[in-house]
Write a protein that binds this ligand. Structure first.
Ligand code: NAP
Length: 242
């Protein structure tokens, strides 16, 4: 039987690359997204071209009812085996003293409450062999001074969520891991007001370049798969050495 995996934020960036990669690896994939319906539909078309089932479901990550509906819809494809908790936002880059409380709340809502809600649905529904991958960030250990310290703090919470949940779910045979990408070429940087950040930051990345979404997708696919069968509670850095 094919694995069935939900990828939140699967319409663009790292999530879209992951959905395509998982379809290539044999997963049926449910693509969660917020509003870019056309982008989600393109990913689903590629999943189907790969010979797998794909569904796009609009679901606001921070809304418990919409997340429940996302998981209920996924059940149409079979028993859930995987969750990639990926839907995330940043806010405008800037000094900590300029942080607006609305931006702070949005980052906490989507990146932390959203991850907890989806992980909770997955934990309730998965059986032995299930796996969750949380998309964290290298920011969790770097702190992102002068850029978005609040975002980095929330990503550190993602790492703790990963470790605690890994231990709680291990007796049930469910693995929980995280990837911590560095600076990856996606639309995220435009949203935070620095569209050329992948280029301007290259000089401080030991490998001298930003990463591609596919390079993160490969790590996520490995963590979901049988070769990572004894790996749980890990935070795998995918950052070019950052
Ligand atoms: P992206 O290109 O901006 O894509 C974000 C995705 O999340 C889109 O599919 C978007 O849906 C969805 N999304 C955003 N807010 C949502 C919400 N409230 N509810 C449901 N879906 C929502 O971002 P990305 O760079 O791929 O980032 C993916 C993850 O990687 C995030 O958790 C981010 O923090 C993390 N990360 C990124 C980088 C990087 O350099 N890019 C580095 C480290 C970690 P729509 O298309 O409908 O808007």
């Amino acid at each position: 039987m094919n694995p069935v995996t939900i990828v939140t934020g699967g319409s663009r960036g790292i999530g879209a690359a992951t959905a395509r990669r998982l379809a290539h690896d044999g997963h049926h994939v449910v693509v969660g997204y917020r509003r870019d319906h056309d982008a989600a539909a393109r990913v689903v078309a590629d999943i189907r071209t790969a010979g797998r089932h794909g569904i796009a479901v609009a679901a606001e990550a921070a809304d418990p009812e919409q997340i429940q509906r996302l998981f209920d819809t996924a059940a149409d494809l079979g028993p859930l085996t995987g969750l990639v908790n990926n839907a995330g936002v940043t806010s405008p880059i800037g000094p900590f003293t300029d942080l607006r409380v609305d931006d702070l709340r949005r980052v906490v809502d989507v990146n932390l409450i959203g991850y907890v809600l989806a992980a909770q649905q997955a934990a309730r529904r998965m059986s032995a062999g299930g796996a969750i991958v949380n998309v964290s960030s290298a920011a969790a250990t770097l702190g992102s001074p002068g850029e978005y310290v609040h975002y980095a703090a929330v990503k550190a919470a993602t790492d703790t969520l990963t470790v605690g949940l890994a231990k709680e779910l291990a007796p049930r045979g469910i693995r929980v891991n995280a990837v911590a990408p560095g600076i990856i070429r996606t639309d995220l940087h435009a949203v935070s007001g620095a569209p050329d950040r992948p280029d301007t930051a290259a000089g401080r990345i030991p490998m001298g370049r930003a990463g591609q979404p596919d390079e993160v997708a490969g790590a996520i696919a490995w963590l979901l798969g049988p070769d990572a069968g004894y790996t749980t509670g890990a935070v795998l850095r995918v950052s070019g050495g950052l």
